[in-house]
Design a binder for this molecule. Structure first.
Ligand SMILES: C=C(O[C@@H]1C=C(C(=O)O)C=C[C@H]1O)C(=O)O
Ligand SMILES: NC(=O)CC[C@H](N)C(=O)O
Length: 824
């Protein structure tokens, strides 16, 4: 007989740490967790809630933005505390859940004098037995050091007496204190810790309710807190055995969902099953039909070895028409041996060839339409993304139908999608509406990918170039002819190349530059801090836009010259030059967003903590000292925990790790603190099951498997550009940033290839423009007209409770200067 694991219901208040708590529960206890949002309409009636709760051994009321006194912030949590005696079941509140419990039973919710977000504190707990001799949940627990994420705190009566007590005070007879964080226990002399005593654990005197105000799941909370979770569940189970009146039942439908989302490929399959008519031959086969054996596509590859360092600009200029569309992803710091360590330097550069002739995919948020532009055929086709479950299921299936298994194993990219997505696409994915006052005034793509069949990969470590083409195996001769002619051009280019290539004069003149006003930016920092103090956000990545108006000689965009100059001045592992459809991007981003391998191992590298290089801070050691402070570490930690949550949402419990935490890296003009978060996408079926599965079952599992695209879709917009919790923070930022679109800035640029791999950078330290903003205006002498274009440069930084307006403004200006200096 199969005994199923006890179920726990996790109530999610739209937090960015929820999946980490679910992972903690599933890996510490022998349980399975289902989750539900605080405002799920399916549980609107008491009867529905009651029917749902029957399935569970216990409930966890999670953390979240906002205030426990606001109905909309806590939703069904409040109804849990109000359950009738016969309906009761054990509950653990965490953070917002803790505050909600305390508020319900007489506690007063106050603002902390100094919000504590991502701050690590020592916790003083009552020990195994409370004052009345009752067993607590702290038995066998040593010293806890735990991360706090809170702006608010609860006063249960002790604030008056100013003494740590283990007994309830008069105003809250039902709330028994179990643990405190005290200012005398803080690790460093930290100006942010201003409250003497903060209550961080309670239990209800008579009901099976416990709660923690600290975050047991944070990467920086020590292992001791796992024992607290074990103890809690032991007591919860004991209570269930002895006191529970409504027995646990598996009957009836269950609304709680798995924390991991359904895979994109499975969403696609489901849509097709619902509406088999879509499988109509033409459109379906064009997009998703699999090639048969004879037309099997492989990645033809030729390796060309070079003696000297390879200059990417020289290489592309020799073989491409630079006036046409381009996609160049360059490790422009590959040969910068004097700056930073080896792992800061990128190794490969990847160049899409003949991009202007490639099929281009465009999607604008809110339209439900994927447009394919086929330059070779001179046609444009449009599909309704709803037929396929959305834009991401479409992309995932399109790529999956073109999987290639044969190619050069040394090359990181064989061909496939290359392109960008905007910040606003990410916002759509987390249901954040755009707040622009006038509504969206354009229909520019928020996702633009080219399907790249010919490419060039440079391995800067080995000084080799891989020339590649996706084509049927049988097309060998045709491919060979193309490669022969290109090889000659490439060799000539490298012989004449100058490394580093000279920066060219930029053929433009600046008409105007509109930079953010310092006082306005500083007031926005204060507005962010006000949202942090009220408990609505823990950290906000505030950004601003600079607009540059250029005049230029007719039909020569200065973008390529701008790129060549920027890549030399700000060499970075994720430089990119894109001219794709109506957008042009010039970027020297140091930040990897996400990469994944063909076997599903994913890496995210959030960057938080920036120091400008100067004569006073010129070494890594000096920068480390500056970044080794609670403010900077808290900024980084919060995003690490957020990224872990995003990854858990696809990889599942137990499959996410943090191999590097808060490491300082050196770049040309800045030092950056980064962390590395890894995740392993689970295989379609457990390997040991293979011998028991039929071919059809294996096929079906493969059809529904997760890929790196699931992680990409689940993690946008990049957490390092939003703050935490992501959704509420993005809404607040929409407001504070005045609804101005970030566009390509704060989005991602990169590739996902036919072998099942991907690599994306966060689009920062960049500039971009759209063709529809180009104008013709009167020239200087007002007689002849001249062409003008508008470039946008975004810059910003994370605001926390510990920020200062001037400090943040200077940090933003430091980041802006790298790009803006091109025009000065
Ligand atoms: C917002 C920017 O950068 C982001 C913010 C950082 C920070 O707050 O330290 C660091 C890297 C980026 O994730 C920017 O470059 O404009
Ligand atoms: N992490 C949380 O749940 C935070 C709760 C609440 N919004 C606060 O800031 O105090």
């Amino acid at each position: 007989m199969r005994i199923s694991k006890p179920l726990i219901l996790f109530i999610d208040a739209y937090d960015s740490f929820s999946n980490n708590i679910i992972c903690l529960l599933e890996t510490t206890l022998n349980v399975s967790v289902r989750t539900i949002k605080i405002d799920n309409p399916a549980l609107a009636t008491d009867e529905a809630l009651q029917n749902e709760l029957r399935h569970y051994a216990a409930v966890v009321c999670g953390p979240g933005p906002g205030h426990p006194g606001k109905k909309e912030d806590i939703g069904i949590m409040r109804r849990i505390w109000r359950l009738k005696e016969e309906q009761l079941l054990p509950v653990l509140g965490i953070c917002l859940g803790f505050q909600s419990l305390c508020l319900e039973f007489g506690g007063q919710v106050k603002r902390l004098k100094g919000p504590q977000h991502g701050i690590i504190r020592r916790i003083r707990h009552v020990g195994e037995y409370g004052k009345g001799g009752q067993q607590t949940i702290f038995g066998g627990v040593g010293e806890i050091t735990a991360t706090l994420y809170q702006s608010l705190c609860v006063d249960v009566g002790q604030d008056k007496t100013k003494m740590r007590r283990w007994e309830p005070e008069i105003p809250c007879p039902d709330l028994v204190p179990l643990a405190w964080a005290e200012s005398r226990d803080s690790f460093q002399d930290d100006s942010g810790i201003k409250d003497d005593m903060v209550l961080v654990a309670v239990r209800h005197a008579t009901k099976p309710f416990w709660a923690l105000q600290y975050h047991p799941e944070s990467i920086c909370t020590n292992k001791e807190s796992k024992q607290v979770v074990r103890n809690w569940f032991k007591q919860a189970q004991l209570w269930n055995r002895i006191q529970r009146q409504t027995p646990i039942s598996q009957k009836g439908t269950i609304q709680g969902q798995y924390a991991t989302r359904e895979s994109l490929l499975s969403q696609f399959e489901q849509k097709l099953t619902q509406d088999p008519g879509i499988r109509s031959p033409a459109a379906y086969l064009n997009n998703f039909g699999r090639a048969d054996k004879c037309t099997e596509v492989i990645c033809h590859s030729r390796t060309i070895q070079f003696a000297a360092d390879i200059s990417i600009p020289d290489l592309v200029e020799a073989i491409q028409d630079m006036r046409q569309d381009q996609i160049i992803l360059e490790s422009s710091n590959a040969y910068e041996k004097a700056v930073g360590t080896v792992d800061v330097r990128g190794r490969y550069s990847i160049i899409g060839l003949d991009v202007a002739e490639s099929t281009r995919f465009e999607y604008t948020r809110g339209t439900h339409k994927i447009t394919q532009i086929h330059p070779r055929k001179g046609t444009i086709s449009t599909d309704d993304t709803r037929s396929f479950g959305g834009i991401w299921p479409f992309i995932a299936q399109y790529l999956d139908a073109r999987k290639v298994v044969d190619g050069n194993p040394d090359s990181p990219f064989w061909g496939g999608f290359m392109g960008y997505t905007t910040y606003e696409l990410g916002l759509e994915g987390i249901d954040v509406k755009l707040q622009s006052r006038k509504g969206r005034q354009h229909c520019r793509p928020d996702l633009c990918f080219a399907w790249v069949e010919r490419s060039l990969v440079v391995d800067h470590g080995k000084n080799v170039v891989y020339l590649q083409q996706l084509a049927p195996r049988a097309n060998n001769d045709f491919v060979k002819t193309w490669m022969d002619s290109l090889t000659i051009d490439l060799q000539a280019a490298v012989e004449h190349s100058s490394c580093p290539p000279p920066t060219t004069r930029i053929p433009h003149s600046v008409i105007s530059i509109m930079t953010p006003q310092p006082s306005v930016y500083e007031s926005k920092v204060l507005a962010c801090q006000s949202s942090i103090r009220s408990g609505d956000s823990y950290e906000l990545c505030l950004t601003s836009q600079t607009h540059i108006n250029l005049s230029k000689p007719a039909s020569t965009s200065p973008s390529w010259a701008l790129y060549k100059t920027l890549r030399t001045r700000q060499p970075a592992p994720f430089s990119s030059y894109l001219r794709l459809g109506s957008a042009t991007l010039v970027s020297c981003s140091p930040e990897r967003f996400l990469s994944w391998t063909a076997t599903g191992s994913c890496e995210l590298r959030p960057m938080k903590g920036t120091v400008r290089k100067s004569s006073a801070v010129s070494t890594l050691a000096a920068a480390k000292l500056l970044l080794d402070i609670p403010k900077e570490k808290a900024e980084n930690l919060m995003i690490v925990d957020l990224v872990r949550h995003d990854l858990h949402g696809v990889c599942g419990s137990g499959n996410v790790s943090v191999p590097r935490l808060m490491v300082v890296e050196e770049y040309k003009s800045v030092f950056q603190m980064i962390s590395v978060v890894n995740g392993q996408i689970p295989p379609p079926y457990p390997v040991e099951m293979e011998k028991y599965l039929s071919a059809e079952e294996i096929d079906e599992a493969e059809q529904k498997r997760y890929t790196g695209i699931d992680v990409l879709a689940a993690s946008l917009p990049p957490g390092s550009m939003t703050g935490a919790p992501k959704k509420r923070s993005c809404e607040i930022l929409q407001d504070i940033e005045g609804g101005e679109e970030r566009g390509l800035y704060s989005g991602v640029v990169g590739y996902m290839d036919v072998r099942g791999r991907g690599d994306w950078s966060v689009t920062i330290r960049c500039m971009f423009k759209f063709d529809d903003e180009d104008e013709v205006g009167p020239g200087e002498d007002r007689k002849v007209s001249e062409e003008r274009e508008t470039w946008h440069v975004g810059a910003g930084g994370a605001v926390t409770a510990l920020s200062t307006p001037v400090g943040e403004r200077e940090e933003m200006e430091t980041k802006l200067a790298g790009t803006l200096d091109l025009f000065r």
